[in-house]
Write a protein of this length. Structure first.
Ligand code: TMP
Length: 205
């Protein structure tokens, strides 16, 4: 089963990802992330840091996804493991739709066509949503801000995420990221536990 965590920067998504290890330890999940689970991720980090051309950057994110699928996600799913990824394809759809605005005529359609036919769609996606002002305040505390981490960019990215969720309500679970961390961890952990139990009992039938 493939679970993904998504949301704009500053929603506590990576903290949640790390915090799920303990309550889900008995399920032995494979915790992974995009970008950066493979060496291709290093090129992506460099592209982000150097603010390269947006098409180059988008294609590097897609290359990182291909390497991530080939080396981590597919092998783990083939062994019936539970995979929990901090960011995945929806990050491209939400962020690169913004960075490619005015560069490519229909960024989302272009990005989706790049993934069609070989990507694996997650079973469930937890989308952390927080007012952009609050997320931005949280980011201010962090050094070395990336070029995505501007308020007007994050506003658009969050809008894109919500539209993706609206179009695919059976996959997305929206989480109010302003709730207490413990409450969010408990809710997401028990939802994942329930989903993984369901998939196990389906397999037994
Ligand atoms: P991170 O902060 O989760 O490590 O991700 C680094 C940045 O990369 C973050 O601002 C979101 C952005 N990003 C994209 O723009 N497109 C993508 O496909 C992914 C995976 C991340």
């Amino acid at each position: 089963m493939l679970i993904t965590l998504e949301g704009i920067d500053g929603t506590g998504k990576s903290t949640l990802h790390a915090a799920l290890a303990e309550p889900l330890a008995d399920l032995q999940p494979v915790f992974t992330r995009e970008p950066g689970a493979t060496w291709v991720g290093d090129s992506v980090r460099r592209a982000i840091a150097e603010q390269t051309d947006p098409v180059t950057e988008a294609l590097l994110f897609v290359a990182d996804h291909a390497a991530h699928l080939a080396t981590i996600v597919r092998p783990a799913l083939a062994q019936k493991k539970l995979v929990i990824s901090d960011r995945y394809t929806d990050s491209r759809y939400a962020y690169q739709s913004v960075t490619l605005e005015g560069v490519i005529s229909e960024p989302l359609a272009w990005l989706q066509s790049l993934h069609n036919g070989w990507t694996i769609v997650p079973d469930r996606t937890f989308l952390l949503v927080l007012p952009v002002d609050v997320a931005f305040e949280r980011l201010k505390a962090k050094d070395g801000r990336e070029h995505f981490e501007r308020k007007e960019v994050l506003e658009k990215v969050q809008k894109n995420y919500l539209e993706l969720a609206r179009r695919d309500p059976s996959r997305f679970i929206i989480i109010d990221a302003s709730l207490e961390k413990e409450e969010i961890v408990q809710f997401v952990a028990s939802a994942i536990r329930q989903l993984s139990g369901l998939s196990r009992s389906r397999r037994r039938r």
